[in-house]
Design a protein around this ligand. Structure first.
Ligand SMILES: [Zn+2]
Length: 125
């Protein structure tokens, strides 16, 4: 079986005329056996067309200096996941990092209190 041209007819009535896939009657993009999603992905339109971008909004750089800032971050993340504008993998990463930040805040807070206690004890002794 030699090389043949794609037998698909384009919307304007002309033949596709692209070389058909090996052993097939259609070219890659006309082949009805290949789902559209796969074709769009191959064209580099997968993300935009199927809404599979990891994050579908412009996220701002946040200053995360205190526990209250983490509450805002988590609130935003939860709402983006709930409304389908952020994938769960990105959400999980944010939750993971937030956890570390919260622990760091806790340790920092404890260290400050310890120093205060030590100072108080010194002054009394
Ligand atoms: Zn074709």
């Amino acid at each position: 079986m030699g090389k043949i041209k794609c037998k698909a007819i384009k919307p304007d009535g002309s033949q596709c005329n692209v070389w058909a896939m090996r052993g097939k009657e259609y070219c890659y993009f006309c082949n009805p056996e290949i789902p559209d999603e796969v074709k769009f992905k191959a064209r580099g339109l997968g993300g935009a067309r199927s809404g599979k971008n990891p994050v579908d909004v412009d996220l701002k750089i946040l200053k995360l200096k205190k526990p209250e800032d983490i509450i805002g971050l988590l609130e935003e993340t939860i709402n983006l996941i709930r409304t389908g504008r952020m994938d769960t993998q990105t959400g999980n990463s944010i939750a993971y990092c937030s956890n570390h930040l919260i622990k760091t805040f806790e340790i920092t807070d404890l260290e400050i209190r310890m120093k205060e206690l030590e100072e108080n004890l010194k002054n009394k002794g």
